[in-house]
Design a protein around this ligand. Structure first.
Ligand SMILES: Nc1ncnc2c1ncn2[C@@H]1O[C@H](COP(=O)(O)OP(=O)(O)OP(=O)(O)O)[C@@H](O)[C@H]1O
Ligand SMILES: [Mg+2]
Length: 744
C-alpha cells in the first residue's frame, strides 16, 4: 500500500472558503482524506481515528463545494444507528435538514432500488420482506418433499447455507456442483431453487435477496445500471473491511464507469473485520487499489476516542494476530489527563459477575456518569439474560440493542402480520400466522382446504378464502368466523384509503378481534401486551404510509435499533457495538469457551482465533475512559454449573496498561494448566469450558473409535499435542481439542 502525499483539492470555489469551519477541527491527514474528493480513495486506519467522522465531513464538503446535489451521493453505513448518526452529523454541518439522501445500510439502499424496479426481480411494488421466522417457516414447507432428515440437517442450518450463497452473490443457477455441499443429503441447491421460486410466488423476498436481486438487476439491465452510475457522482462506504462479496460486487458495479474515474471513498480497519462468518471478505480491502486504478490510500494514526491505557491494552492484544496490515495508533487526546488502566476482574461465578457489573454501573452512575454512556458488551446473545435480570432487580434502566426486544414479541409480530396482510393481501405467510389468532376454529385441516382451493385457482390464500365463502363452500362456525375476518380486512382497506394508515391499523386490530383476545386474557403479561400494541400504533404515526412503516420494521428487525429518550445503559453483543463509543465499557465473560467461543476452539484453526481477537480489540476500543473486563470461575449452563478458565486474551494484555483484581477466585499467570481445570474434569467428566488438554489425560491413537458431544462418533486420523483430527460419520473431518473427545 502506498501512503498518499497531501494533494491540494482539484478546485475550491471562493464562496466555500468561509464555510470551511467544519474542517478546522480536523488534523492534516483527516483534511487530506476529505479534500481529496475526486478519484478512488481508501482510508485505512485503526479504531477511533475518525474514519466515520471523515466520511461524514466529506459528505458535507462535497455538498458545500457544490460538487454534487444531496441525492447524488451514495453513502453506505453498517447499521441503521450509524446511518441515523451520519444523517444528524451531516445536517448539523450543513445547518439544514437534507432530504432524499441515499444514505443507509446496504440493505436499506437496496430495498429502495428494488422498490423502484421490482419487476426486474419478478416482484410487485408491494413486495414483502420476510423476517427470520417467516423465512424458516417457508423453508420448512419447501423442504418437505425432499424428506430431509432434519435432525441431521435442521432447517436453520440449511438457511445458513442459502444465506452464505446469497452473501456471495450466487443465485441457484450460479451455485456450481462443487459448491453444492453434502448438506441436506446433497439437495441444498435444489431446495434453494425451490425456495426462491416460492418466494416469488408469494411476492416476497428475504433479507439476503435484497442485495442479490439488486446486484442481478444491475448486471442484467445496462440501462438501469447506467442510470445509477450517472446519478451517484460520489460513493462513500463505512466499515469497508466487513463487506461481503455481493456487497462488494454491488459497489463495484455502481462505482466503475467505462473510461471514467470513480469517486469512491471507502474507510475501514482490517483489525476490526469481524463478520467473516457472514461472508465478509477482508480481501476486498486489500484489493482496493487493483479494483480502482489510481487509488490513493490515506492512513490516520491519531486516536481521539480512548485513553492511552485503553489504546495500549488494545494494541498489545491485537499484536498477537499475524494476519495484519499493521498500523500505529497514538492517542490524540490530552496526554496529561490522568487515565485509568484497563481493569480485569475475576469473580467466582457468572451470577456474581452480573451482580458485580450492575453494582459498578450503579456506583459510577451515582458519581455522575450518565447511563447512556455505559455499555455491557457480550460475546454471545445468551449472556444477556443474566444481565437483564440483574439490571431489572437493580432498577437500572437499560436497553437491548440488537432488535430482540420490542419487535420480536409475539403480540407485535401478530399485529405486524395483520398489517402486512392489509398492505399486501397476497402475503400468505402473514395470513397463516394470524388466521387462527384469535381462535377462529381454523386447524391444520381447514388451512389445508384453503390452501388446496387457492392453489387450484392460483390465487393467494386470502382471495381463495373470499372465493370459498362466496361459493358457500365453507360451513358453520368456520364460515361465520372467516366471513367476519374477511369483511374486517376489506372494510379496513377502504378505511386505509380514506383515513390513512394509523386509523386503519387501530381499526383492524379491533375489528379482527385481536385486541379483545388480549383484553380477555387473564395472564399477567396481557396488560403489557396491550401496552405494546398501543406503542406499535404510536410508532406508525412516525411514517407517511403503511408501506414505509413495514419496510422500516423489516430493516430494523434484522439490525440494531431502539429509540432513546431516557438515558439507558446499553446491553448488546460485541458485533453490534461496531463503530460505537461509550465512556465506560463492561466486557464480561472473558473465558475460554465463551470468548474465544467454544466453536472457535473446537474448530481449532488460527483464523477463527484471530477473528475472536479482533472482536476483543473492537470491544476494548469502544471505551473512551474505562474498559472493565470480567471473567468468572464457574458459569451456569443448561447442564448446571461448569468451571471455566480465564480467556487467553487476558494474558495477552500488556501489564503496564492493566490492573488485575480478584474478587473470589485465585488467578495465576497460567491457570490453564492449574488445579481448577482438573477439578472440572473430576466433577463433571465433560466440561463446557475448554482449555489445553491436561497432561496425563487419555492418550489417543490414530484409527481409534471416539465420540464427541457435538459431532458424534468418528475415527481418529491424527494426533497432535492438544488436538485430534477426526473423521466423523457424516464424512466431515475436524480438528478438535482432545479433552472433549472420549474413547468408545
Ligand atoms: N480531529 C479530531 N479532533 C477531535 N476529535 C476527533 C477528531 N477526529 C475524530 N474525533 C472524535 O473521535 C471519536 C472517534 O471518531 P470516529 O468514530 O469517527 O472513529 P472511527 O475511526 O470511525 O472509529 P471506529 O473504527 O471505531 O469506527 C469521535 O468521538 C470523533 O468525534
Ligand atoms: Mg467508525
Amino acid at each position: 500500500m502506498t501512503i498518499s502525499e497531501y494533494s491540494p483539492p482539484p478546485y475550491s470555489s471562493e464562496n466555500t472558503e468561509e464555510n470551511k469551519d467544519y474542517l478546522s477541527h480536523l488534523n492534516t491527514e483527516q483534511r487530506n482524506a476529505i479534500e481529496t474528493t475526486d478519484g478512488p480513495l481508501l482510508v485505512l486506519a485503526g479504531a477511533g481515528t475518525g474514519k466515520t467522522r471523515v466520511l461524514t465531513t466529506r459528505f458535507a464538503h462535497i455538498l458545500l463545494t457544490g460538487r454534487a446535489k444531496p441525492w447524488q451521493i451514495l453513502a453506505v453505513t453498517f447499521t441503521n444507528k450509524a446511518s441515523r448518526e451520519m444523517r444528524e452529523r451531516v445536517n448539523a454541518i450543513l445547518g439544514t435538514e437534507t432530504e432524499r439522501l441515499w444514505l443507509g445500510t446496504f440493505h436499506a439502499l437496496c430495498t429502495r432500488m428494488l422498490r423502484q424496479h421490482p419487476e426486474c426481480a419478478g416482484l410487485t411494488h408491494n413486495f414483502t420482506i420476510l423476517d427470520t421466522d417467516d423465512q424458516l417457516r417457508l423453508l420448512r414447507q419447501v423442504m418437505e418433499p425432499w424428506h430431509i432428515d432434519t435432525k441431521r440437517w435442521p432447517a436453520p442450518g440449511l438457511m445458513g447455507v442459502i444465506q452464505r450463497w446469497k452473501d456471495r452473490g450466487l443465485t441457484p443457477s450460479a451455485v456450481t456442483d462443487a459448491e453444492d455441499c453434502d448438506f441436506a443429503a446433497g439437495h441444498a441447491r435444489a431446495i434453494y431453487a425451490a425456495y426462491q421460486t416460492r418466494l416469488r410466488e408469494l411476492d416476497a423476498c428475504d433479507f439476503g435477496d435484497l442485495m442479490l436481486h439488486v446486484t442481478e438487476m444491475l448486471r442484467t439491465h445496462p440501462e438501469i445500471l447506467a442510470h445509477y452510475q450517472r446519478l451517484f457522482r460520489y460513493i462513500l462506504v463505512d466499515e469497508y473491511q466487513d463487506t461481503n462479496t455481493v456487497q462488494y460486487l454491488w459497489l463495484r458495479l455502481l462505482a466503475r464507469r467505462q473510461g471514467e474515474v470513480s469517486n469512491i471513498c471507502c474507510v475501514g480497519d482490517d483489525d476490526q473485520s469481524i463478520y467473516s462468518w457472514r461472508g465478509a471478505e477482508i480481501a476486498n480491502i486489500l484489493r482496493f487499489e487493483q479494483d480502482f486504478p489510481g487509488a490513493q490510500v490515506v492512513r490516520l494514526e491519531r486516536n481521539y476516542r480512548s485513553t492511552r491505557h485503553i489504546l495500549g491494552a488494545a494494541a498489545g492484544l491485537i499484536a498477537h494476530n499475524t494476519e495484519r496490515l499493521g498500523k500505529t495508533l497514538r492517542t490524540g487526546r490530552d496526554d496529561n489527563q490522568p487515565a485509568a488502566k484497563v481493569v480485569v476482574t475475576g469473580v467466582e461465578d457468572s451470577e456474581i459477575e452480573a451482580l458485580a457489573i450492575c453494582t459498578e454501573a450503579n456506583s459510577l452512575h451515582r458519581q455522575g456518569h450518565s447511563l447512556a454512556e455505559m455499555a455491557i458488551l457480550v460475546r454471545a446473545g445468551f449472556q444477556t439474560r443474566a444481565f437483564e435480570e440483574r439490571l431489572m432487580q437493580t432498577g437500572l434502566p437499560y436497553r437491548i440493542i440488537g432488535g430482540t426486544r420490542f419487535y420480536e414479541r409475539a403480540e407485535i409480530r401478530d399485529a405486524l402480520a395483520y398489517l402486512r396482510l392489509l398492505h399486501n393481501p397476497a402475503d400468505n405467510l402473514a395470513f397463516e400466522r394470524i388466521i387462527n389468532v384469535p381462535k377462529r376454529g381454523i386447524g391444520p385441516a381447514s388451512l389445508q382446504k384453503l390452501h388446496t382451493a387457492s392453489r387450484s385457482e392460483q390465487v393467494p390464500l386470502f382471495a381463495g378464502t373470499e372465493m370459498m365463502l362466496s361459493r358457500g363452500e365453507l360451513k358453520g362456525k368456520i364460515a361465520e368466523h372467516l366471513n367476519s375476518f374477511v369483511s374486517a380486512l376489506l372494510s379496513t382497506q377502504s378505511l386505509l384509503q380514506r383515513e390513512g394508515h394509523v386509523q386503519a391499523a387501530e381499526y383492524l386490530l379491533e375489528a379482527s378481534g385481536y385486541l379483545d383476545m388480549w383484553r380477555n386474557d387473564r395472564s399477567p403479561e396481557a396488560p403489557g401486551r396491550l401496552e405494546n400494541l398501543k406503542e406499535l400504533v404510536r410508532a406508525l404515526t412516525d411514517f407517511g404510509t403503511l408501506g414505509e412503516f413495514l419496510e422500516h420494521i423489516a430493516l430494523v428487525m434484522e439490525h440494531d435499533d431502539k429509540t432513546a429518550s431516557e438515558a439507558k445503559l446499553s446491553l448488546m453483543t460485541l458485533h453490534g457495538a461496531k463503530g460505537l463509543e461509550f465512556d465506560i465499557v463492561f466486557l464480561p465473560g472473558w473465558e475460554e469457551g465463551v470468548f474465544p467461543s467454544q466453536r472457535t476452539l473446537d474448530d481449532g484453526g488460527q483464523k477463527g482465533l484471530e477473528e475472536e481477537r479482533r472482536l476483543a480489540y473492537v470491544g476494548i476500543t469502544r471505551a473512551r475512559l474505562h474498559a472493565l473486563i470480567y471473567h468468572a470461575g464457574r458459569r451456569r449452563t443448561y447442564t448446571g454449573w461448569q468451571p471455566s478458565m480465564p480467556s487467553r486474551f487476558l494474558d495477552e494484555l500488556p501489564e503496564e496498561h492493566v490492573t488485575r483484581k480478584n474478587d473470589g477466585i485465585p488467578r495465576q499467570k497460567s491457570l490453564r494448566d492449574e488445579s481448577l481445570f482438573s477439578q472440572g474434569i473430576m466433577n463433571n467428566g465433560h466440561r463446557q469450558g475448554s482449555f489445553s488438554a491436561p497432561s496425563g489425560g487419555p492418550s489417543f491413537q490414530p484409527g481409534e473409535q471416539v465420540t464427541h458431544p457435538r459431532f458424534g462418533n468418528g475415527i481418529v486420523l491424527n494426533v497432535e499435542h492438544t488436538h485430534l483430527e477426526i473423521v466423523f460419520e457424516n464424512g466431515q473431518t475436524k480438528r478438535l481439542l482432545s479433552s472433549f473427545v472420549k474413547k468408545i
